[in-house]
Every structure is written in structure tokens, then in C-alpha cells.
Design a protein around this ligand. Structure first.
Ligand code: GAR
Length: 199
């Protein structure tokens, strides 16, 4: 049995990448992480990949004339490595239709809120939790969804709710949403989708 080949796109700390790596180590998963691509040279996620002997690539937006050329470079790498599924795990760059239309139902993103709340353009990382606290919602969570041309607008695969506590700061809330939701539902969702790609 050949597992689905997954590429994980990252920009930062890579705790969701770590959750995916740990899942493949602790379970007979339907997928393997074949490649990690970062759009930041200093992303700690790159170190996590290296620690687990996963191949890495760095593709910097400012080395290309425009987003299309930047995306085309990523597409080329994905083709060379015969990637089946792409996971955006804290990838802080919006991919345009030029990229998304090439991989229908093959790009998965994790977002730190219950979509359709606090999502779309401008809502990423800590900003999402700041917005949830400012609004005063009592419940938030995380969503794993397919990626299409609408930011955070693709079909939902999994969601998990997380309680907001009285003294939460954006940082404490981010940590709880990661621990109680993101790190659990992201690997589970990828594993479910990957089942289709087993050869
Ligand atoms: C995670 O909370 C992820 O859901 C969020 O950024 C963080 C990345 O952390 N992504 C977005 O906001 C995308 N819109 P990580 O690098 O430790 O996985």
C-alpha cells in the first residue's frame, strides 16, 4: 500500500506541522509528509521538518515578479515531488485562483475560528483571537476546510468548539484553540481525505 504524499506549506512556528508529524509517527496513517515548503526563511517549522528528516523548500515571494510566478514555482515543486495533497498549516499568504483551481479538493487549510465567524481576508493568527475576544463570543474553535479561490470559503471538513474563559488574552486563547482543537482535527481531517489517495 502506498500512502498519500502530502506537502505542508508553512510560514511560522509549525505547531500544526508538528501535530501532523506526530500523527504519522503514532498511527498507521493514510498519508506521509513528503515535503515542507516555507515562504519564510526563518520559520521554526523548517527546523521541525529537518528534525524529522522531511525534505524542505523555501520559496520567497519577493524573489518573484508577481504572485502568479511565486505560485507557479510552488506548483512546479509539487509536481516534481508527485504530491497528492497540500496542507496549509499556518501558511500566511493567500493563494489565488491560479493556484487553487489546479487542486480542487486537494488543498486543506486549518483556521483558528468556527467559520464563518472571524475569517476571510485580514483574519489570521492572533488577529482572529483578538477579534473573537473583542466581539465577546463565549465559544470559538477551529475549522479544517478545503481551499478554493475564496479566502476561508471552501467546503468545511471538520470543526471543533473551544470555550472562551473570562481572563483570556489573545495568546491564552490561541494556545487553548491549538491544544483542544487544531492539533486534533487537522491530522484527523488530513487522514480522512488521504484515504482516497492511497494507491
Ligand atoms: C494557527 O493557529 C493556524 O490556525 C493559523 O495560524 C497559526 C499557525 O500556527 N492560521 C491562520 O490564521 C490561517 N488563516 P503554527 O505555525 O504553530 O501551526
Amino acid at each position: 500500500m502506498q500512502k498519500a504524499k502530502v506537502a505542508v506549506l508553512v510560514s511560522g512556528g509549525g505547531t500544526n506541522l508538528q501535530a501532523l508529524i506526530d500523527y504519522t509517527k503514532n498511527n498507521n496513517a493514510n498519508f506521509e509528509i513528503s515535503l515542507v515548503i516555507s515562504n519564510k526563511e526563518d520559520a521554526y517549522a523548517l527546523k521541525r521538518a529537518k528534525n524529522s528528516n522531511i525534505e524542505t523548500e523555501i520559496v520567497l515571494r519577493n524573489e518573484f515578479k508577481n504572485s502568479i510566478e511565486f505560485e507557479n514555482k510552488i506548483k512546479q515543486i509539487l509536481k516534481e515531488k508527485e504530491i497528492d495533497l497540500i496542507v496549509l498549516a499556518g501558511f500566511m499568504s493567500i493563494l489565488t485562483e491560479n493556484f487553487t483551481s489546479e487542486y480542487p479538493n486537494k488543498i486543506i487549510n486549518v483556521h483558528p475560528s468556527l467559520i464563518p465567524s472571524f475569517c476571510g481576508k485580514g483574519f489570521y493568527g492572533l488577529k482572529v483571537h483578538e477579534a473573537a475576544l473583542e466581539y465577546g463570543v463565549k465559544l470559538t474553535g477551529a475549522t479544517v476546510h478545503f481551499v478554493n479561490e475564496i479566502p476561508d470559503g471552501g467546503k468545511i471538513i471538520k470543526q471543533k468548539a473551544v470555550q472562551i474563559e473570562e481572563n483570556d488574552t489573545p495568546e491564552t486563547l490561541q494556545k487553548r484553540v491549538m491544544e483542544q482543537a487544531e492539533w486534533i482535527i487537522l491530522p484527523e481531517a488530513v487522514n480522512e481525505v488521504a484515504e482516497e489517495f492511497i494507491k
